[in-house]
Write a protein that binds this ligand. Structure first.
Ligand code: SAH
Ligand code: SF4
Ligand code: F3S
Length: 468
């Protein structure tokens, strides 16, 4: 276990970076407008908010569109092959744009860059990319930009450090005034056999609880109604730092801040403690919505995946949650076509999904990732088999979602109003406490407020209601 000072970057380093941001702003010959294109999970979305915060401090403004920006940066994901291909496809699209606008600056960052050999590949195959960096040196963005603009040379910097550090006090430009992300921990130590995240995000590092609480209080003062705590495995919060609060303790303290809604993701099923369930049950502000990725329903596969729970243990945890929080809405992630998955083993995932009754599920076809243990396994499942299986699983979950959503009809939910419907300005849309989109007739003044809505009907992925 480490002492806190060993994990946080020195304040002087961040101060130095902020000086460089201002130095960049003073350059006569620099891009004026930017566009940040984000792929992947909420971590990346929040990293992009930090990029935008830094870009603002560097004197740049958000462009009207990607086509008109002087500077375009891609914050990439590599969790599955299609995520990576989508990102690269769009980078290549800029190559054409750059032919007509040679002053356009292009950068690539994020998880994809952090893979071994990526830096060299970008240098060789993507000569129109001006700047590339990984996840561990995001905080050095201004420095790297200065270098690229001043030297008029390409800059590629990917730090191959396993450990990683925590940058505090970087500027952030949040995308919404009503809900906000708060990172509580970085990295992942779990090494699920299929997953690249531990390789590209480094080891688990928890932010100091005092900093998290301070950030939450500040957001509350600013009028934020909902916070989402982020980490690849939030249940391990604090385990890496001496004397730190546990995740359950942190939640209990955050509940006292007064923000109306607290959400968190992602929870690893292996360490959903009774203490955590009790804190949720007793809290006033923690939403009764839990994303609890199970990945698979078969014990042999769960073991091969290194998930460190069995089907029985998972179901026992679900029962323990529902015993204390009966209205808990559960959602999950599922993988089909893991190497060696037999038809019977796949059926175990189908039956588990029916047994739990998730409100919704993200289903993924297994995608081999270079460097992971499963990536080298024999018996990779042919695409057509995986496709058939995922279709079946999606159909099963669709039925269950339909049934669960129908069960909400007649209930009164609180809805944080986010926007007017794109099709009809008299229809408002927002999320209920279960994180399900609810549409209802209303006016734009309601945006940003939490209102009471009686659910009157259920669609495939949304609910409909009217204000009470
Ligand atoms: N830390 C989170 C999830 C991170 S990635 C957790 O542990 O739950 C989000 C989801 O992507 C995972 O839950 C998993 O379902 C899926 N995923 C990760 N690696 C994958 C791979 N190689 N192929 C297919 N799906 C994958
Ligand atoms: Fe990947 Fe597993 Fe870590 Fe989630 S817990 S990020 S699936 S290694
Ligand atoms: Fe993708 Fe990186 Fe998130 S690989 S899922 S953006 S942590």
């Amino acid at each position: 276990m480490k002492r806190r000072e060993a994990i946080e970057l020195p304040a002087e380093e961040i101060e130095h970076q902020r000086v460089l941001m201002r130095e960049f702003a003073a350059l006569p010959d620099r891009p004026r407008t930017y566009c940040v294109v984000t792929y992947g999970c909420q971590m990346n979305a929040h990293d992009s908010e930090t990029l935008e915060g830094m870009l603002s401090e560097m004197g740049m403004e958000k462009a009207e569109s990607r086509e008109t920006a002087d500077f375009v940066i891609f914050n990439t994901c590599c969790v599955r092959d299609n995520a990576q291909r989508r990102a690269l496809g769009n980078v290549v699209w800029l190559k054409e744009l750059k032919k007509t606008r040679p002053e356009l600056m292009v950068a690539v960052c994020g998880c994809m860059m952090q893979q071994p050999g990526m830096g060299e590949q970008i240098l060789k195959q993507y000569p129109f990319v001006d700047l590339a960096f990984g996840t561990h040196n995001l905080y050095r963005f201004a420095q790297l930009m200065l270098q690229a603009v001043k030297s008029r040379r390409r800059v590629v910097e990917v730090l191959q450090e396993d450990e990683g550090s925590i940058p505090e006090e970087l500027p952030v430009r949040r995308s919404s005034p009503y809900h906000a992300y708060i990172t509580i921990m970085y990295g992942c130590n779990n090494f699920c056999s299929y997953c690249i995240v531990p390789y590209v995000r480094g080891r688990e590092r928890s932010r100091a609880s005092a900093r998290i609480l301070e950030e939450a209080r500040m957001l509350h003062e600013q009028g934020v109604k909902e916070i989402m705590l982020l980490g690849q495995n939030v249940n391990s919060y604090g385990l890496d730092a001496e004397g730190e609060l546990s995740f359950a303790q942190l939640l209990a303290r955050l509940d006292e801040v007064g923000i109306e809604r607290i959400r968190f993701m992602t929870s690893h099923p292996k360490d959903i403690s009774d203490e955590l369930i009790d804190v949720i049950a007793a809290s006033r502000h923690i939403c009764h919505a839990l994303h609890l990725p199970v990945q698979h329903g078969n014990n042999r596969i769960l073991q091969s995946m290194n998930r460190r729970y069995t089907r029985e243990r998972y179901l026992e945890r679900v029962a323990a949650i529902r015993a204390k929080v009966p209205d808990m809405s559960l959602t999950t992630d599922l993988i089909v076509g893991y190497p060696g998955e037999s038809e019977e083993e796949f059926e175990d995932t189908c039956s588990l999904v029916s047994e739990v009754g998730y409100d919704s599920a993200f289903t993924f076809i297994y995608s081999p990732r270079v460097g992971t243990r499963a990536g080298d396994m024999p018996d990779q499942i042919p695409e057509e088999v995986s496709s058939r299986r995922i279709q079946k699983l999606i159909a099963i979950q669709k039925e269950i979602t339909h049934r669960r959503y129908a069960g909400y009809i007649g209930q009164v939910h609180s809805v944080l109003v986010e926007e007017a419907s794109k099709r009809d300005e008299h229809q408002m849309a927002g999320k209920n406490e279960y994180n399900i989109t609810v549409n209802f007739p209303g006016t734009a003044e309601l945006i940003g407020q939490i209102v009471r809505v009686r659910i009157t009907s259920a669609g495939e992925s949304t609910l409909r209601g009217e204000r009470v």
